[in-house]
Design a protein around this ligand. Sequence first.
Ligand SMILES: NC(=O)c1ccc[n+]([C@@H]2O[C@H](COP(=O)([O-])OP(=O)(O)OC[C@H]3O[C@@H](n4cnc5c(N)ncnc54)[C@H](O)[C@@H]3O)[C@@H](O)[C@H]2O)c1
Length: 693
Amino acid sequence: MSAINSVTDLSIEDGIAVLTLNSPPVNALSAAVRDGLADGFRSAIADPAVNAIVLVCEGKTFIAGADISEFGKKPSGASLYDVQDIIENCAKPTIAAIHGTALGGGLEVALTCHFRVGVPSARCGLPEVNIGLLPGAGGTQRLPRIAGAAKALEMVTTGQHVPAKACLEMGLIDEIVPEGNLRAGAVSFAKKVLAEKRPLTKVRDSDAKVEAARGHPEIFADYRKANAKKFRGFLAPEYNIRCIEAAVNLPFAEGLKEERRLFLELMNGSQSAAQRYVFFAERQVWKMPDIPDDTPTIPVAKVGIIGAGTMGGGIAMNFANAGIPVTIVETAKDALDRGLSVIHRNYENTAKRGRLTMDEVEKRTALITGSLTLEDLKDCDLVIEAVFENMDVKKEVFAKLDAIVKQGAVLATNTSALNIDEIATATKRPEAVIGLHFFSPANVMRLLEVVRADKTSKTVIATSMQIARRIGKIAALVGVCPGFVGNRILAQRQREAQKLVLEGAMPWDVDRVLYEFGFPMGPFAMSDLAGLDIGWTKEKSKGETLRDMLCELDRRGQKNGKGFYDYDENRNAKPSPVTEKVIEEFRAKRGINARKISDEEILERCIYPMINEGAKILEEKKAIRASDIDIVWINGYGWPVYRGGPMFYGDLIGLARVLAKMREWQSQMGDVFKPSTLLESLVAEGKGFKDLK
Ligand SMILES: NC(=O)c1ccc[n+]([C@@H]2O[C@H](COP(=O)([O-])OP(=O)(O)OC[C@H]3O[C@@H](n4cnc5c(N)ncnc54)[C@H](O)[C@@H]3O)[C@@H](O)[C@H]2O)c1
């Protein structure tokens, strides 16, 4: 065995050269790896003793992609195209030996080999779409030539990792070799290729599968239509589709040029920048400067939940799904039965949709036990309270928990807005108290705000973050303040949306602008979905707000077919003339002259105050970093990933512009628009949130 460079070795056995990459953790295509590949192949090609060349990787995976930390830097070393040319034009058979995952650039390298073998657990994928890109090293041109247009479309637009067996079926892999015996399996495959004198297929020259799709534009039209909702607003899926179209309709070299052109456009655009930022932000969010990775944690083997309402039930499912036993406590049998039956129904529906086996359903429901007595929680390691949102009720529950639950357990509250420092005073162990703010539906939404109170111990924080990961959430550590991070920022948007309607916009104008920005729905459609009458009663209604007036007219939202909108039997929304009239009367009563409000103003008025509030949150140290706020908004509130979150978006449009607008509105409409000191100082220094350390 001889070293080619720091990450590549070459050895020759029986006329077969084995080029081994070893660049932990994932053999990403860094400059050193590309150089090693180029020099390794050149050296094997030049060696007359070599008849075939196998490329294999050390460690847990084949080349798992580009080295994304090199993005945006000056290129150095051999280019990926050089490497691919050398491999593809080699006169000796080249074989990629795949284990772990061959992803992105890794698969694109494998696609330039004449043959590919893999172990049964290997998977292949082109996941660039997930960071707003497309495979820019021929992946979109070679994959359809090997797997056909339909399969290629699916792979490039979903980024899915396809298991070896499916790869074999579509022709992406030529042979599956025994698990744990990849190198030997690949060498004997190479010998077989030589013995059988198999022709050396260059994927680029294999046109049969793309020719089969030529003249069938409906393949693409149908695919676009079927995925319209999922891809809405995103550029990358559409550009990936266009590349496959190019592969079908153009000669290879021209298709490659088109792929390059579209790749560069994505790479230089703001969507991919946003998606790459989010990719890193999702990893950063787990890092807490004052809580080192080696902070001791409490092993969580049993969880207690108080309240089997909307939230309690969903929260319980998270733990059962992760195999952790849960006990749910309610005050009365009927409430408990109702809560448990909702859980069962949820599981059964998932099973009906084929996403769970009945066996799994049984296993999970068996992990959930109902109870009417708090004493049953005494040996829990973590208790989460999800009772009514009322300080007195919560304090009473925490005082009882303090007396019952073993020392050393985590005592968490799912409150949305109450002061957790105050809740903690009901116990003699405030260090054990923390907020675990789940989002509704709690078994579906990925976000968890972990709310640290004044006295919460580091162990309790570290345990909470760890358990969040275990149940598949993405958690952001935030501080106690009204609404915490997510709802505090939401309140800004809600207030402005309401005001815009008083000033002259219609609810559907506001909703349309925010929908077009990329939110799944606007605030008024959202209110209709949630129910306009949440927290409203006829007796207490003062008829003072728009909502009061609509509820008094029995417009309660989607559930009774009328709210801000009118709904047909399929729940399709239409602007309501009744609502319009109510709004006009409402304005008239207050002497407001409606004015025409532009889409641009709607967007700015809804979004800029959110950015300003985010800055205040940072200034008050209620979030660790700007990107954590973005993670909250992307995972909890439907902020479009391709716009990176409110803070990223603020940097993108320029904080100076946000500040100027806040000042202008402050002078016209008062101090709710008061700019944050942090926003002012960043603008003064010509910096953005991205520059904060
Ligand atoms: N619904 C949401 O969207 C949402 C989102 C995030 C957080 N939250 C918070 O979660 C908590 C629960 O909200 P929800 O929507 O599930 O309310 P809910 O009214 O649906 O459920 C509350 C349940 O708690 C039970 N309960 C009340 N007092 C109890 C006690 N002393 N012991 C045992 N059970 C008791 C009630 O019987 C009821 O079943 C609130 O603090 C709320 O602010 C709600």
